[in-house]
Design a protein around this ligand. Structure first.
Ligand SMILES: [Zn+2]
Length: 140
């Protein structure tokens, strides 16, 4: 059984390696779709939506209304710091694909119940473009 929840946030970025428009500093109204797969527990739930929010919201809040910057982008880092504007520095190009990995990494480290066997994330940069990835949680 799967359960899913959507989250939205606003964030600025640019792609250092991009030869076109995405090199320019710009922003998106991002959407994250997160799915948890697992057995239904005796309470009738795979995972309480309230707990999904508790896991995901802090990760989203850290990014909302900031500029996410690849650590190699020293020019942008300098400019944003001069503006005293909120930013998050990461060690990857800030593509939707890499943001998927970023989210999966953080979610898998959360205190998830034992019935959860798979986490899937979809990161939408726009209404019609997204990247998707998942991880299987191995039982110990
Ligand atoms: Zn973009």
């Amino acid at each position: 059984m799967k359960i899913a929840k959507e989250f939205r946030w606003e964030m600025g970025h640019r792609l250092l390696c991009h030869k076109g428009k995405c090199f320019n500093l710009h922003g998106h109204s991002y959407k994250l779709l997160v799915e948890f797969t697992g057995n239904i527990e005796p309470n009738g739930m795979v995972l309480d939506y309230f707990d999904v929010k508790k896991i995901i919201s802090p990760i989203i809040d850290e990014l909302d209304h900031t500029v996410i910057i690849n650590k190699d982008d020293t020019e942008l880092t300098k400019a944003i710091r001069q503006l005293n504007s909120a930013h998050v520095i990461v060690d990857f190009e800030t593509t939707a694909e890499n943001l998927c990995l970023y989210f999966l990494n953080k979610i898998k480290d959360a205190d998830l119940p034992k019935n959860i066997s798979e986490i899937m994330v979809k990161v939408f940069e726009t209404e019609n473009t997204y990247a998707e990835d998942k991880i299987i949680i191995l039982k110990k």
